[in-house]
Every structure is written in C-alpha cells, then in structure tokens.
Design a protein around this ligand. Structure first.
Ligand SMILES: Nc1ncnc2c1ncn2[C@@H]1O[C@H](COP(=O)(O)OP(=O)(O)OP(=O)(O)O)[C@@H](O)[C@H]1O
Length: 263
C-alpha cells in the first residue's frame, strides 16, 4: 500500500523542505521505497538542497507537457528517489499545476511512500498538494504567526476534502516565550507527530548539500527526524540501539583491520 504525505505549513520558511528531504532519506534508509516530490514550483529548493539544481529536466517540463515522469526521477541519498522542480521563472510560467495529480498517480506505481514538499501560502499551486495527499503534515515553528497560518492551512485542507494527520513542531528551543505544544494542540485540535529542536547542524549540512541525518546522524534534530520517520513507517525506533549498532560496526571494522595480515 502506498501512502502520500504532503508537508505543508502556510507560513514560509518553517522547515518543510528540510523535513521533506530528511524524512524521505530516513524512510529510504529504513528500507521503504520512498520518493520526494518538490511541489514548490515557484521557489523550488529541494533540488538545491540535494545538489540537483542543474538537472536537465524537471517537474516544470512534465507539467508543461514537454517530458515524461520517468525522465525526472533522480537518485538521492540512501536510495531515496527525488523529483525536483525547476528554478527558472519561465519554466514556472509554462507549468500547469493541475497536472500534478497525474504525476502523482504515475509515481505511486513505483513506491511505498511519497513525500510532497508543498509551497508556502494558499496560491493555486499551493492548494493542489493539500488535496491530493492521503495525509497532510503541518510544520509549525513555536511562534504565534506560524501557529495561526497552520490553522488556516488546516481549515483550508479540510474544506477541499483533504486530511491533516497532525503537526511537527520544528526549531523548538524550549524557551518560556515559545508557543507550547499544548497550546498548538488545543488551538489546532491536532495530534503532535514530533518535536524537532533548533539545531545549527541543519544549516551546516545544507551547506554540504546533504541531509542532516546523513552528515550529522547523531545531532539532536537528526535523532528526532528519524524518530518521526519510524513513526510514519510504523516501525519501532530506538536511538540507543541505532547508536550501538554503529559502535558495533566500528569495533568490527577495527578488529578486522587489526587481524588483517599483510602478504
Ligand atoms: N530544526 C532546525 N534547526 C535549525 N535550522 C533549521 C531547522 N529547520 C529548518 N532550519 C533552517 O530554516 C530555514 C528554512 O528551512 P526550509 O527551507 O526547510 O523551510 P521551508 O518551509 O521549506 O521554506 P519555504 O517556505 O521558503 O519553502 C533554512 O535555512 C533551514 O536550514
């Protein structure tokens, strides 16, 4: 069975692309056949984050009827498949967002989980990803404006017949001045899926064009993102056992290199 998640927020810059890339990569690393699709057709960032901004064909060309879906599936880390959007304004103008549904139908023939990175706002191309997913996940920063925009996005999603699964609180610093998880739960009447802390390694890994879960796997944000991915995959997650497995592998390698004989 295929599950399609749209990662949305309403407000811009909450961490949708960061979470789409990292959740997709984590799910692939758990052995799930996972695709990530950049539905932010005007301000595409997903390709940039993964070093795929110069690929010859993108979602723009498919939505303009000039290429096939099979032409725009690229390899990402851990075997995740990536469908980037283009960065040219002309490409954006030529793309017909109504075709996104057909693109999705084709992609879900090949995968178990599809993650759609939605644009900010409630423009026409922003609304379609909310309607076509099985479940929408809202990314909220711990501030009032982010919560209010997420509420608008929740109401809009339900109005157009979509379903909101819950919310991820991203960039949490756990300071007193932050809007709390409890408040967001009350106001949005939604389940909490996970809390990802503010973590400077998110930005560092972006500079290396790598997901944080690959570049800094033990960083606090990585651990929480993997926990959320495991929840989406219906799997048990035990950060300590993952760490232990890594240590065991290191010790195995060390033992092998110590016992290797030079001929
Ligand atoms: N947990 C985090 N800790 C620190 N920085 C973060 C975290 N999550 C995201 N960021 C940073 O916040 C910025 C915005 O993130 P991102 O591009 O993922 O947001 P977005 O919602 O996709 O933005 P847009 O609405 O413009 O598409 C980036 O600079 C990213 O590195």
């Amino acid at each position: 069975m295929v599950t399609t998640y749209t990662i949305a927020s309403g407000k811009g810059g909450t961490g949708k692309t960061t979470l789409s890339v990292n959740l997709g990569t984590a799910l692939a690393s758990f052995g799930k056949e996972t695709y990530i699709l950049d539905a932010d057709m005007g301000m595409a960032n997903l390709g940039i984050v993964l070093g795929l901004e110069n690929v010859p064909v993108t979602l723009h060309e498919v939505l303009a009827g000039k290429a096939h879906v099979s032409d725009i599936i690229y390899d990402g880390p851990e075997g995740v498949k990536v469908v980037p959007s283009g960065i040219s304004l002309q490409g954006f103008q030529d793309a017909n967002p109504e075709r996104l549904r057909d693109v999705m139908k084709e992609i879900i023939n090949h995968c178990e989980i599809l993650i759609i990175d939605a644009p900010a706002g409630i423009s026409r191309d922003g609304v379609i990803p909310l309607a076509i997913a099985d479940e929408v996940i809202l990314v909220i920063n711990p501030e009032l404006s982010s919560m209010v925009d997420a509420l608008k996005t929740k109401i809009l999603t339900e109005l157009i017949g979509g379903k909101v699964k819950g919310f991820i609180l991203n960039r949490a610093t756990f300071e007193n001045t932050e809007v709390s998880v409890k408040k967001i739960r009350e106001v949005l009447d939604l389940d909490l899926i996970g809390v990802v802390p503010e973590d400077p390694n998110v930005r560092r890994s972006a500079a290396y064009r790598q997901p944080i879960i690959i570049r800094y796997p033990d960083s606090p944000a990585s651990v929480e993102i993997k926990r959320i991915a495991a929840r989406l995959a219906g799997m048990e997650f035990d950060a300590d056992s993952l760490k232990k497995k890594k240590e065991d592998k290191f010790l195995d390698r060390l033992a092998r290199s110590m016992t290797k004989r030079g001929d």
